[in-house]
Design a protein around this ligand. Structure first.
Ligand SMILES: Nc1ncnc2c1ncn2[C@@H]1O[C@H](COP(=O)(O)OP(=O)(O)OP(=O)(O)O)[C@@H](O)[C@H]1O
Length: 251
């Protein structure tokens, strides 16, 4: 383990009944880097995210975060799962305030100031008093992302952060996520079905293989301005798609 290793997955195996999902996985996530986890449907991506979140326990092996057990790092990990988990009775401001209150931030005024800065950066300022049913899908997604980021997590786990959005909204939200991830130097692990999203947002691409192991690829297009305009971006997407198809026949 090097100094920079923040999340360390050592010899993790996981089964649902007879079905082996993860097979002796070894993986290190470095502090402040961004990782895209891709693989065919049913390969076990969400399972791996749930293991790192500590929601389920591995059949074998262990996960450490910041050198210690998962439960010690709970306060510094944020999650964004497919069900955004916004409560219908909370306004945007109240929803984003919640993690700060849970962290026992006593000074409501100070918390509000902090939230207003983030709302501005996430282009949500004018929506602060709205309820979820008054927001579009993309706006709800941005609120959930802002709520995950407000406590400046050291680790952010996201399951398909921009699924079900149109491509323009997707790209906009991806840019906002990237800006925040780089500003906070958060270690980001996200699951995606969208290869372009993986290549745009992931400094490292992790492909979950058919045999329950992980293949790691460095992504030369990560965080380059106008990455999608550059020659090679789509070629990189094609290469990754090819690797997935070679490695991952449908289960
Ligand atoms: N609670 C459960 N009990 C039994 N099997 C499960 C359970 N949850 C998931 N599985 C199985 O484990 C495998 C991996 O599921 P997982 O949701 O991790 O895959 P995934 O790669 O995230 O899929 P997708 O891309 O479709 O979301 C699948 O075959 C799924 O049917």
């Amino acid at each position: 383990m090097s100094n920079e290793d923040f999340v360390v997955i050592s010899d993790i195996s996981f089964q649902f009944g007879e079905q082996l999902i993860l097979n002796h996985v070894e993986l290190s996530l470095k502090k402040g880097k961004s990782y895209a986890l891709i693989g065919k449907s049913g390969a076990g991506k969400s399972t791996l995210l749930n293991l790192i979140a500590g929601f389920i326990q591995p059949s074998q092996g262990r996960v450490t975060i910041g050198g210690g057990p998962i439960k010690k790092s709970k306060g510094n990990t944020a999650f964004l799962f497919q069900d955004l988990g916004l409560f219908p009775w909370q306004t945007v401001m109240e929803a984003i305030m919640m993690p700060l209150l849970l962290k026992k931030e006593k000074n409501r005024e100070k918390a509000k100031e902090q939230i207003l800065v983030l709302l501005k950066e996430m282009e949500l300022e004018s929506l602060k008093d709205k309820y979820p049913h008054e927001l579009s899908g993309g706006q709800r997604q941005r609120v959930a992302i802002a709520r995950a980021l407000i406590s400046k997590p050291e680790l952010l786990l996201m399951d398909e952060p921009t699924s079900s959005l149109d491509s323009m909204t997707k790209e906009h939200i991806q840019q906002l996520i990237l800006a925040q991830q780089q500003k906070l130097r958060t270690t980001l692990l996200f699951v995606s079905h969208d290869i372009e999203e993986a290549v745009f947002l992931g400094e490292v691409i992790l492909i979950l293989n058919k045999n329950g192991t992980i293949q790691e690829m460095k992504n030369p297009y990560f965080a380059q301005k106008d990455a999608k305009e550059q020659l090679g971006f789509y070629e990189a997407c094609i290469e990754i798609r090819k690797s997935m198809n070679m490695e991952l026949p449908m289960k």
